[in-house]
Design a protein around this ligand. Structure first.
Ligand SMILES: NC(=O)c1ccc[n+]([C@@H]2O[C@H](COP(=O)([O-])OP(=O)(O)OC[C@H]3O[C@@H](n4cnc5c(N)ncnc54)[C@H](O)[C@@H]3O)[C@@H](O)[C@H]2O)c1
Length: 311
């Protein structure tokens, strides 16, 4: 029974990860400061003997004995990470330092939930891991993008300098049940607007593309990454390469939810990338992984979740 620490475990991805780890019999310690996460995401685990929940802010050191650490703590949507940008950078950078320090002390293997945002507004399409990115260091998204880039730097320096066993996963847009209804991410936005009968907001002309990975696929890749041979550090892209325009996504949501809402167009926010699509060849070859859930099936699950939540 491995002792596993999940930071940010009360959030969207973290809670699904805790579900899987508890189910397979690991001893899971989840820490979260509940900034964007909630105990509601974990009620199904609270009475399990192999699950423990602790309120803790990762910008402060943590002293626990664990074998493995999944470091997910960090607000992930622009609405939340821009709410207190200084705290966002602190969470990424101080959080990484604290968790790497812990991993060093207890000789744990540690995985960083990094992001496709490290590629910024990419000039290379789709993005392979070897691409260094085009990131604005002083814009409104920088607290998140640069915070995550610095966290990657710290991971690799701890690896080189202290021989820490690290794993870096660059997560692309992921969606599914337990996303927050008000976090401004496009999938939850469209679904909530459609279910409430409100207009669906499209930023720009709606021709910018995104690829969307369903949460179950993502968690499977994270587990495989953590269990992969020690010499495979990543960074590795995890996401679904299937690419859709915002207009296509909006129309799919309307169709699957049976909503009669209309589309309205608003100006693009600054630094919004035009295109983002993962190259997942490395994940395929090193982890034997590729996403399985079709957008339509994932959207149905997610719409079902929001229907229950809003009713
Ligand atoms: N969902 C995606 O599409 C996506 C894409 C790329 C990367 N990621 C990364 O995956 C991780 C999880 O994202 P998510 O979508 O589940 O977001 P989320 O906001 O639902 O989860 C983040 C969790 O971290 C907690 N948290 C924030 N600051 C903290 C702090 N200082 N101390 C302790 N806990 C703190 C929040 O309360 C929340 O429970 C994040 O690191 C994010 O950057 C997610």
């Amino acid at each position: 029974m491995a002792k596993i620490l999940v930071t940010g475990g009360a959030g969207f991805l973290g809670s699904h990860l805790c579900d899987r780890l508890v189910e397979r019999g690991d001893d899971v310690l989840c820490v979260d400061n509940y900034f964007t996460g909630s105990k509601n995401n974990l009620v199904q685990l609270l009475d399990k003997p192999n699950f423990e929940l602790m309120r803790h802010d990762v910008t402060f050191p943590l002293y626990v004995e664990v074998d493995r650490i999944f470091n997910l703590a960090c607000p992930a949507s622009p609405v939340h990470y821009q709410h207190d940008p200084v705290q966002t950078t602190k969470t990424s950078v101080h959080g990484a330092i604290n968790m790497l320090g812990l991993a060093k002390r207890v000789k744990a293997r540690i995985l960083q939930a990094s992001t496709s945002e490290v590629y910024g507004d990419p000039e290379v399409h789709p993005q392979p891991e070897s691409y260094w990115g085009k990131v604005n260091p002083i814009g409104i998204r920088s607290c998140y993008d640069e915070g995550k880039r610095c966290a990657e730097t710290l991971f690799f320096d701890y690896h080189r300098q202290h021989k820490l066993r690290i794993k870096v996963a660059r997560i692309f847009n992921t969606y599914g049940p337990r996303m927050l209804p008000n976090d401004g991410r496009v999938v939850s936005n469209f679904i909530v607007q459609a279910l409430r009968g409100e207009d669906l907001t499209i930023f720009g002309d709606g021709k910018q593309t995104r690829s969307f990975c369903y949460v179950d696929d993502l968690i499977e890749a994270m587990l495989r990454m953590m269990d992969s041979p020690a010499e495979f550090t990543g960074p590795v892209n995890i996401g679904n390469p299937g690419e859709f325009t915002m207009l296509e996504l909006a129309e799919k949501v309307l169709q699957l939810s049976g909503s009669k809402s209309k589309l309205v167009f608003k100006p693009l926010p600054s630094d919004d990338p035009r295109q983002r699509q993962p190259n997942i060849e490395l994940a395929k070859s090193q982890l034997g992984w590729e996403p399985k859930v079709k957008l339509e099936d994932g959207l149905k699950e997610t719409i079902g979740y929001f229907r229950r939540l809003l009713s």
